[in-house]
Design a protein around this ligand. Structure first.
Ligand code: GTP
Ligand code: MG
Length: 273
């Protein structure tokens, strides 16, 4: 008789995780969290003083996840308060404002601050990072485009989402993917699943796209000295074309970079005898 009784499935154990938010003051960290947890948006800026702490429960597959969220103040003034909260973190929400270049450029220093506080034995490889390119509703003010943000994030193996705490765009998808990745990481013994471990493009490709974006003229873009010969221009062009050809390179922004290189070569060859 007993053999016919279907076994009750053991409920998966609940999980407790710690998540922190990082990024410059006023980029929208608190609003992103509020939008997700309270489904509302506050347009008045209320700077976080030191740290705000909250707990929320989410469901990922058959597991209940208890999330402790530490929402950090971005202002440098609060460094002494927030520096104690970096340790024992499973997930980081790294935010910048797409209309504030400074806040995008500051992402590296946020990682550096965390690394420093974790000390020589801290391991950032076992943490899930999600980059939020926030305030995408302010289209007129935008100065960092999607491919630039995505390239930065994906070349580090981080998740990337375009978000607006004001309209709610991207917020639920971002949190859902973020929590699933953290659970995957916990179930994988604290190691990032290998698929997410490495970007699908090389550092050389990412660096080259960035260099092309920032180049001051066509010579600079091709990486040749002003007044270089046709042969030199063609040689430099061929090297870049192989590296960035859309059939071979999937790095964000590679298509635009490839087009820019083609145009630069055409423009230069027109004027070289
Ligand atoms: P600190 O706590 O000082 O580090 O700032 P924070 O990053 O937590 O910024 P906060 O969430 O307080 O938002 C700063 C300002 O930006 C507020 O006036 C928000 O209303 C506004 N804001 C936040 N997200 C968005 C957004 O997606 N779109 C627009 N238009 N405004 C936003
Ligand atoms: Mg805040």
């Amino acid at each position: 008789m007993e053999a016919n009784v279907p076994k009750r499935k053991e409920p998966a154990k609940s999980l407790r995780i710690k998540v922190i938010s990082m990024g410059n003051a006023e980029v929208g960290k608190s609003c992103i969290i509020k939008r997700y947890c309270e489904k509302r948006f506050v347009s008045k800026y209320l700077a976080t003083i030191g740290i705000d702490y909250g707990v929320t429960k989410v469901q990922v597959r058959d597991r209940e996840i208890k999330v402790n969220i530490f929402d950090m103040a971005g202002h440098p003034f609060f460094y002494e308060v927030r520096n104690e909260f970096y340790k024992d973190t499973q997930g980081v929400i790294l935010v910048y404002d797409v209309g504030q270049k400074d806040s995008f450029d500051a992402l590296d220093s946020w990682l550096a601050e965390m690394k420093q506080e974790l000390g020589p034995h801290g391991n950032m490889d076992n943490i899930v990072f999600v980059v939020c390119a926030n305030k995408i509703d302010r289209t007129k003010h935008r100065c960092i485009d999607e491919s630039e943000g995505r390239l930065w994030a994906e070349s580090k193996g981080f998740l990337y989402f375009e978000t607006s705490a004001q309209t709610g765009e991207g917020i639920n998808e971002m949190f859902q993917t973020f929590y699933v990745s953290i659970v995957d990481l916990c179930e994988n013994g604290g190691k990032r699943p290998t698929a997410n471990n490495s970007a699908s493009f090389t550092k050389e490709q990412a660096d080259t796209i960035r260099r092309i974006r920032n180049s001051k003229d066509s010579w600079d873009m091709l990486g040749v000295r002003p007044g270089a010969s046709r042969e030199e221009v063609n040689k430099a062009y061929r090297k870049l074309a192989v590296l960035l050809h859309p059939d071979k390179c999937v790095a964000p922004g590679s298509e635009d970079a490839f087009k820019a290189v083609v145009n630069a070569r055409t423009a230069l060859l027109k004027n070289i005898k």
